[in-house]
Design a protein around this ligand. Structure first.
Ligand SMILES: [Zn+2]
Length: 340
């Protein structure tokens, strides 16, 4: 199948394109048409759900989910639809209600696991590891760690990692897998995160759209680290139609990170699913990164499209959270909550 000439607006073509769609091998416009068809066609949506499950069930992660949930495990659970329906039914309005929704959500555990185990999640870590090593990163905060697939991989790769997310079925699964692998994992809830000494990298993948107040959530962390890794803000950020997302445009996110002195680095083919942000003033790292990017054959074209945020390097003071906001800036002095 030629993904460039296929027409993903019919049911047959849509289903024949599941493999390249799942692996992010389709041109953006064709992938967008396929996504539109999935959103509108219940039959193809069910087929897509089944396709991802079939890919996921025979992986270590898929088997781990089955073992973790035991007799509660529901094969072929359509967690995307269930998650959206649960959110609409709960209709949380306050920060505490939002947090409690995620703390209780087993649908989110399924959703994250299937997304990762099916191979539908881009290979963020494989693309980032050479970058992190070149930048001499050592201490990573995995913000919005969820099931902790990246947390565990970063630990296995030798990094010190503090994982941050609401205590939930997803983080229970992370701790269960870590214990099974005899790995010690530290997790902390977002409202209790204090950047630990030595943290140099904020790893925040597919989480920015979950932050109603990004300055409140990330201000302390962004003042402490020198490297930020996000998903590629210009490439396939759509991941479902759940109404809990607060989408910021790429320009708004550039302005947000620039407030803390961070500039997006040129995307190169080897890191096409990522945006790497470096704090202005860390010249050695910037030069090292730029030299590497310039050595790429595609660098000149990509550099022309590079993000150009404002050059401000001001770190703002803490902004007061809304009344009753439990993830306010009142961080405790104890950074970690060791789970058991
Ligand atoms: Zn269809």
């Amino acid at each position: 199948m030629d993904v460039h000439t296929a027409n993903p607006s019919t049911c047959l073509e849509t289903r024949r394109l599941f493999r390249p769609f799942c692996a992010h091998q389709m041109p953006a416009d064709a992938a967008a048409r396929l996504r539109s068809h999935l959103d509108a066609c219940p039959g193809c949506w069910s087929a897509w759900n089944a396709y991802r499950w079939h890919r996921a069930l025979d992986t270590d992660l898929g088997r781990a989910l089955r073992d973790f949930l035991g007799e509660d495990f529901v094969p072929f659970h359509d967690s995307s639809k269930a998650l959206a329906a649960a959110w609409d039914a709960a209709a949380p309005t306050t920060p505490r209600q939002r947090a409690d929704f995620f703390r209780a959500s087993t649908d989110y555990l399924y959703n994250s696991t299937i997304w990762t185990a099916s191979g539908n999640r881009p290979p963020y870590l494989a693309q980032a590891l050479p970058v992190l090593r070149r930048l001499r990163a050592a201490g990573v905060i995995d913000y919005g760690c969820g099931i902790g697939a990246d947390t565990l991989s970063l630990l296995h790769a030798g990094f010190t990692v503090l994982a941050c997310d609401y205590s939930s079925p997803s983080t229970d699964f992370l701790h269960w897998r870590a214990a099974r692998d005899d790995v010690h994992v530290r997790t902390v809830e977002p409202g209790r995160l204090v950047p630990p000494h030595g943290a140099d990298t904020l790893w925040i993948i597919d989480t920015l759209d979950h932050l109603p107040e990004p300055h409140t959530a990330l201000g302390e962390v962004l003042a402490a680290v020198r490297i930020v890794i996000t998903e590629n803000l210009h490439h396939g950020r759509g991941h479902g139609n759940q109404r809990f997302h607060h989408r910021m445009t790429p320009d708004a996110l550039c302005a947000f990170f620039a407030t803390y002195g961070f500039q997006a680095q040129p995307t190169i083919p080897a890191t096409r699913h990522l945006t790497v942000w470096l704090r202005a003033g860390h010249d050695a790292e910037q030069v090292s990164w730029s030299a590497k990017a310039a050595s790429s054959a595609a660098a000149s074209e990509l550099r022309a499209r590079a993000l150009r945020p404002a050059r401000t390097a001001r770190v703002p003071g803490r902004s007061p959270g809304s009344p009753g906001h439990e993830t306010s800036t009142a961080f405790p002095t104890v950074a970690e909550k060791k789970r058991d």
